[in-house]
Design a protein around this ligand. Structure first.
Ligand SMILES: C[C@H](N)C(=O)N[C@@H](CC(=O)O)C(=O)O
Length: 681
């Protein structure tokens, strides 16, 4: 081992820790803005955006199996990390390039002309990222562990804690930074939301991660590939199943465990080790349901946040920035749990190793959208632009008294025609003009109606509504939350109108016929709310983040440790890959529900997931109760001792009778293992 030590730690691990920080920054930074990129840049609907997001996350947790196989049987961990990091960085660069709208915006109107180009490039980018991040995932932590000698147990444990802190530190910083970058406007010909920068910075961090890892190259201990244990495990299981099937007739006596049918061909130690692994993998069966809920932070919860009010007083939070609550809570909860809660639980004599997890989802019950007309109806708006109230009589309806400068929304069958309305009453047909959904990304959609007899020009710092003809209306413009000041201009005369906006509203502003330029025009403009601003505050997501993160601390952190402690020495990576596989399955479940079930109400989908998790919690608790703890090191030592003794006997007294005895002893030892694992927890 490399003996360059700093404060008792191998110098090489500093490079590994910095590499992990940068890599996790890159991964979580890109992931934080991904669902909004799908929705607002690629213009996918919520379900498609959610599905592709979870397919990507699932892929990121499937590829660790591939990475472990390549590292163990072919390249070794060091080379695997280098090669796959290059693939990863290329993927991140592809994502950044795919988000440059100017590349295909030949008519320079701010929207890409060939969406196919952007979709294909981003999908290729995401595939490479999944291959890279997943492939190196089982290698980096294990490579860090390899740097410690057998006498450095304490240091190795501290390394893993620091490693976890770096993961969450990188995730925390990136989920704060990339949403801010995404909210900026950039572009060559036209300014649009800067997704290219939000993906470009993670790409740069991935290059930094690679460079840092290469700089440490001369200091690492690089263990040779050990051979593909995963393949051996699969072959052994396959043989046991085949052999059992071949001997299915009653004339063959039953064996204690179906894996014992591999005894004819495989080492008893390997069979015993596989039994240990299978026991833990069986316990993993309910776990995907936890990840199903957990990983919706980046999809459904972020989309939910776009319909909420992100004003925290001095701070305005972007919807995707809410994801930072998770690493913040991890960084505070892990030390509290480790130093306070777990020792307290232990003192009370409770065994807390069978983890109980739960999570609540607060559904977003806010209703800020008005009732929109059905397909057989149209919505009309009557605007009284005069300074007196008027009575309007619409065919087939009672007479309406329309006060001055007021709007009257009116749902009507498409075919009815209205004529002979007073000149000061303007009729809007909603189907062509009105906004029927929440404005994007928490912005406010604003338009002006000119009730004056002269054309008026309206503008703000952020938008130009252009020249509005008398009794006519402007197009919608997007205005951010906060105070906006509009300048109304006619020839050389102007006046200003200011108002405050929340998130996700739509307003029509009426310029009265009585407006006098040069004076204060604050009272001569009436705001009519077409779509209410988001009324539910983003802070209401904090309890759901708290519960899901508390679940992560109790379940994920302890679960990883459990998998490590219950795995045979040569199969720790197999179980880690199995653990990560449960994350992949969890993401596939979201995919199935989002794409196939198509539950119309979002709250109903949340309730379904939460109920499934409660059911799975009960099942998991029962399974955990019946789980028997084992000490893999002791069992392996017993086997090895027996094998050594047998070898000695073989050398001194070779003969058929002895060989039979060895076989019997071996089987006895095997039975001891079975008995040892039947002691209840
Ligand atoms: C940022 C998360 N709280 C976290 O710790 N994630 C870990 C575990 C995982 O989900 O894979 C990580 O990114 O390695």
């Amino acid at each position: 081992l490399n003996e360059k030590l700093v404060c008792g730690y191998p110098l090489s691990i500093f490079f590994i820790v910095v590499n992990e920080f940068c890599e996790r920054f890159s991964y979580y930074g890109m992931r934080a803005v991904l669902v909004l990129y799908f929705k607002y840049f690629l213009r996918w609907d919520d379900d498609l955006a959610t599905s592709i997001y979870h397919t990507f996350v699932a892929l990121c947790y499937l590829t660790p199996i591939l990475g472990a196989i390549v590292a163990d049987s072919w390249l070794g961990k060091f080379k695997t990390i280098i090669y796959l990091s290059i693939v990863y960085a290329v993927g991140q660069v592809a994502m950044a390039v795919s988000a440059i709208h100017d590349i295909t915006d030949s008519d320079r109107d701010g929207t890409p002309d060939s969406m196919t180009f952007h979709i294909v490039l981003s999908m290729v980018g995401l595939f490479l990222i999944a291959l890279g991040t997943g492939g190196i995932k089982p290698c980096v932590a294990a490579f860090g562990g390899d740097q410690f000698g057998e006498h450095q147990d304490r240091q190795r444990r501290t390394f893993f804690s620091v490693f976890y802190l770096c993961i969450n530190g990188g995730s925390l910083l990136s989920t704060i930074i990339t949403p801010v970058l995404r909210a900026q406007e950039c572009g060559i010909y036209s300014k649009q939301k800067c997704y290219s920068l939000a993906f470009g910075v993670p790409a740069a961090l991935m290059v930094v991660a690679l460079v840092v890892f290469i700089i440490g190259s001369g200091m690492y201990y690089k263990a040779e590939p050990q051979g593909n244990i995963m393949l051996d495990v699969c072959k052994c299981i396959g043989f046991a199943i085949k052999n059992r099937y071949r001997h299915r007739s009653k004339q063959y006596p039953k064996r204690q465990h179906w894996m014992d049918w591999a005894e004819e061909k495989y080492d008893k130690l390997l069979i015993a080790q596989i039994k240990m692994v299978l026991k833990v993998l069986f316990l993993y069966i309910p776990l995907p349901m936890f990840w199903t809920l957990f990983d919706q932070k980046g999809s459904r919860w972020t989309l939910q946040a776009t319909t909420m009010d992100g004003n925290f007083g001095a701070l305005v939070i972007q919807p995707d920035q809410m994801q930072t609550v998770n690493p913040i809570l991890i960084l505070t909860l892990v030390p509290i749990m480790d130093s306070l809660i777990y020792p307290l639980i232990k003192k009370c004599g409770l065994n807390f190793t069978s983890n109980f997890y739960f999570s609540f989802i607060l559904s977003n019950f806010q209703k800020t959208l008005p009732t929109f007309p059905s397909t057989s109806q149209s919505q009309l708006k009557l605007l009284n632009m005069g300074s007196n109230s008027v009575t309007v009589k619409l065919p087939g309806n009672d007479a309406l008294i329309l006060p001055a400068a007021q709007v009257y929304p009116f749902i009507n069958n498409c075919n009815t025609k209205f004529t002979n309305l007073l000149p000061e009453v303007i009729l809007f047909k909603s189907a062509t003009n009105d906004l029927t959904s929440k404005p994007q990304e928490g912005n406010n959609a604003i338009r002006f109606v000119n009730g004056m007899k002269t054309a008026v020009n309206v503008s703000t710092a952020a938008a130009d509504f252009g020249l509005i003809e008398p009794f006519y209306y402007s197009n919608y413009s997007q205005i951010k939350n906060g105070k906006a000041t509009f300048t109304l201009r006619s020839g050389s005369q102007s006046c200003e109108y200011s108002t405050n906006f929340g998130f996700g509203s739509s307003y029509t502003f009426f310029i009265h016929s009585t407006l006098v330029f040069g004076s204060n025009c604050q009272d001569s403009v009436t705001a009519v709310e077409d779509i209410k601003p988001n009324s539910v505050h983003m802070a209401l997501q904090i309890p759901q983040y708290f519960f899901i993160t508390a679940g992560e601390v109790m379940f994920s952190v302890t679960g990883l440790e459990f998998s490590y402690s219950q795995a045979p020495s040569n199969m720790k990576a197999v179980l880690q890959a199995g653990w990560l596989f449960t994350v992949a399955i969890g993401n596939f479940i979201v995919l199935i529900v989002a794409e196939l079930a198509k539950i119309p109400k979002q709250w109903a989908e949340y309730v379904l997931f939460a109920s499934l998790l409660v059911a799975v919690c009960v099942i998991f608790s029962i399974m955990a109760y019946f789980y028997t703890y084992i000490d893999p090191t002791e069992i392996e030592a017993q086997f090895k001792k027996k094998i050594n003794e047998d070898d000695e006997d073989d050398k001194s007294k070779p003969g058929k009778a002895e060989v039979e005895m060895v076989k019997r002893d071996s089987i006895k030892c095997h039975d001891e293992y079975d008995k040892a694992t039947q002691t209840k927890m």
